[in-house]
Structure formats: structure tokens, C-alpha cells
Design a protein around this ligand. Sequence first.
Ligand code: GDP
Length: 331
Amino acid sequence: MKRALVTGITGQDGRHLAEFLVGKGYQVFGLVRGQNNPKAQMVQDENPALEVIAGDLQDLSSLIAAIEQVQPDEVYNLGAISFVQLSFNQPELTADITGLGVLRMLEAIRVVGGAQNNPIRFYQASSSEMFGKVRETPQNESTPFHPRSPYGVAKVFGHYTTVNHRESYGLHASSGICFNHEGPRRGLEFVTRKVTNGMARIKLGLQNTITLGNLESARDWGYAGDYVEAMWLMLQQDEPDDYVLATGETHTIRELLVAAARVAGYDDWSPLVNQDERFERPAEVDILTGDAGKAREKLGWQPKVSFDELVELMYEHDLKEEQAKADTKRR
Ligand code: GDP
């Protein structure tokens, strides 16, 4: 039985990846930080096969202990401060967890090692936010980085640290440059989920409008469940490498609103949306479009869920969830 250690296990991707790996017959260990963290119980209930272990990306000793305890074949580093807006308010924390956390995990792997004939394989969750103020469109593995937030800067550090450990120490360390990937498990602070959840609540009469920031920016949005398969495929290759993971299709926030209003049965989204500069950022990533040609050719990977299907599945989930919450309140 293969053993995988996953950081960020309580986040969207960690939960999808844990399910995927259990389905592949792995024994999965999830790193959870903090004392009595309520999310530990949530992931344990959701996935009883998962084993939760204590540790923190800010604490090297805890990572060494986790690697020694788990003796993993594969480590997936999905843990991070992942919300760009928050990174502007807490840049040092973001640099520490999202950036230095990668170095700590790589050092833990390097120090503990693995069986000589079975070295630990490492996946780093890198981000399209590293491209920021894009230098070319679409963006591929050789597009220069120009991050536009403390989050993007920290991810660039994590990416290059992964590459450097691969080149310096021969680690099987790969970096997946993931474009935005969403789903019903996305936090409500991210724009896709904020819109589908808001639209569902409007439909149920629980709120009147959705308040957003910049409606002009555009993202290459895929479905998170598709992306975790590519993460796993990267670690099954003989050689470690870097791959862009993206759909290649870009939509603006306005198009997201059109799609969400359509599934909710509204002709016009504009009376349902307010704008507030509180949700705008000091620096913005205007448009992202990924070229996942290398992943398609080398990994045989391709996202399956389209943009319209994604919006619909998120809206339907949110409608059910909000209805259930409202029913419980009424009782
Ligand atoms: P990101 O690409 O990781 O920053 O993902 P987000 O979902 O947080 O933001 C995607 C884009 O939506 C960014 O360009 C935001 O400026 C834009 N946006 C517009 N209004 C909002 C909002 O109310 N919340 C968030 N999170 N993003 C918004």
C-alpha cells in the first residue's frame, strides 16, 4: 500500500486529493495544524480512511517528525495562506506559510530521506498568480513570472525552491502551476463561490444582492476535482518536472455572473450585484489564460468539467446547502 502525506488537507484541494488517493488504494495522512482544530474532525468525518496527524508548515521539527512517522512514498504540499486579498493584509504570515513552508517541507524530506531505492516524491502546489502582470498569453511553463501580490511572491519562492531542491539534491520534486480551480468546496471568500452561493441565497429570498469588487478581471477557471488527478500523475512520472494545469479558456467576472444568473433563472444579473471598492486589490492580476499543452502531451491529462458545468454544479450544491440551512433554522 502506497503512503501519501498531504498538507492543506482541510482545504478544497486536500479534500479532493485525499478522496482520489484513497480511491487509488493509498493510505493517506493529512497534516493538520493547531490545537483542537475543528476542521480535523470535519475531514475525518468526510473521509474515515484518512489519518490525521499534527504538524505545521511553520514548524520544521513537526515536519521532520511527520515524515519520520508516516514514511511517505509521496508528499503533496497543498497547505498555504491561499487567499490573495488576505495576503495583502498579512504579507509576513503569507511569506512564512506559503513561501518558507515549502522550504521547510523540502528540508524535512531531504533530512529524513526515504528508503534508498524508494526516495520520497514531492508535489508543490504552485499558482498561476505567479504570472501576475502577464508577459504573454497564454502562459506556459517558460513564461516569466511577475507576481502582483504577497501571495504570488510567496508562491514564486516556493516554486523556485522546489526547482532548486530538484537540481541541487536530485529530489523527485515537481511543481504544478495550477490556474484557478473551483468547486462546491471552494471557500466563500473566492469570487466563484461567492457568486454561486450569493445567487442561490437570492433565489431562496435570503439576500437581495451580491457585493463584489473588480468585474473586469478574467480567470481560467477549472474544476478542482480534475486538477488533483494531474497532481498525482506528475508524481507517477520517472522524471520530476513542472507543468501548467489549466483549461485554456478564460472568462471575466461579468461572464461568471451571466452564467450563474442563467442557471438561477434570471435574465439580467445587474440588479443583483453591487460594487464596493473594499473588494478591490492594491494590485490586480487582470487576465490569466493557461496553456496546458505539456500536461496534455506528457501526462495525458485534460480537464473534463466545462465552465458552464462548473457554475451549474456549484450553484446546485449551494442551493441545496442553503435550503437545508434555512430549513434547520426554521425548525
Ligand atoms: P484569485 O485569482 O486567487 O485572486 O481568486 P479570487 O476568486 O479571490 O479572485 C479572482 C478575481 O475576482 C480577482 O481578480 C478579484 O479581484 C476578482 N473579484 C471581483 N470581486 C471579487 C470579490 O468580491 N471577491 C473576490 N475574492 N474576488 C473578486
